[in-house]
Design a protein. Structure first.
Length: 218
């Protein structure tokens, strides 16, 4: 399960048991921020987890959130607001979820517009594989760099396609290995160098010929 990290952004909704909205019930904070409610897809303010792993929320102040799963963070928020209200429940929505796509594809940071997106969907959002992509060697790297969890997917098989339907998590790195360069592509890459060398050799031969002719004339 994904654990919240510093600089993750999120919105929250907190209600009492009878459905009364606790945070910004009349969208007063939203209006103070200069936002037009009718034009907002998500009128809730966006909060951010700071470097010290806490987030500052209305009424309750700073609370620890980094290191928690989404469900654990919701429980922590609920507990914080029970100091003011009884029978509280909270929902938290991450708004900065993203994965990184590298290798033989269009390198990009791909936002996750909703939970439960798969590797296949992320690749499709980024434009899919390219002619130099190795479909049989796609790596999903997850977790800290000093001890990552690496999964290898093979999209050339039915079983591999099924594995590619696994869910991604925010912060995942998807690396698509490139195909080895063919001789023709390699020759194309070094063509400018060969042209330069050929031009240099031709110039040298021309100079030597002129010198020899000059000496012969004498």
């Amino acid at each position: 399960m994904y654990q919240l990290q510093p600089y993750d952004q999120f919105s929250i909704e907190v209600f009492t048991g009878n459905g009364e909205r606790i945070i910004d019930p009349d969208f007063e904070l939203t209006q103070e921020m200069g936002l037009n409610i009718q034009q907002q897809f998500r009128p809730n303010p966006i909060y951010e987890i700071q470097a010290d792993s806490t987030a500052r929320l209305p009424m309750v102040g700073s609370i620890q959130l980094a290191g928690y799963t989404q469900q654990e963070a919701e429980l922590a928020i609920q507990e914080a607001y029970t100091n003011f209200y009884s029978d509280v429940y909270a929902t938290l929505t991450l708004t900065s979820q993203r994965v990184i796509l590298l290798g033989a594809v269009q390198a990009s940071v791909v936002p996750l517009p909703f939970e439960g997106m798969t590797v296949m969907e992320v690749l499709a959002m980024a434009g899919g594989l390219t002619p130099i992509s190795r479909a049989q060697n796609i790596r999903v790297i997850r977790g800290p760099f000093d001890n990552p969890q690496v999964s290898i997917l093979n999209l050339n098989t039915i079983a591999g396609l099924a594995e590619a339907n696994v869910y991604v998590q925010p912060g995942d790195i998807i690396y698509v290995e490139p195909r080895p360069q063919s001789f023709q592509n390699g020759l194309r890459d070094i063509a400018p160098v060969l042209n330069l060398v050929t031009s240099g050799v031709s110039l040298t031969v021309l100079v030597l010929t002129l010198v020899n002719n000059s000496n012969g004339g004498n």
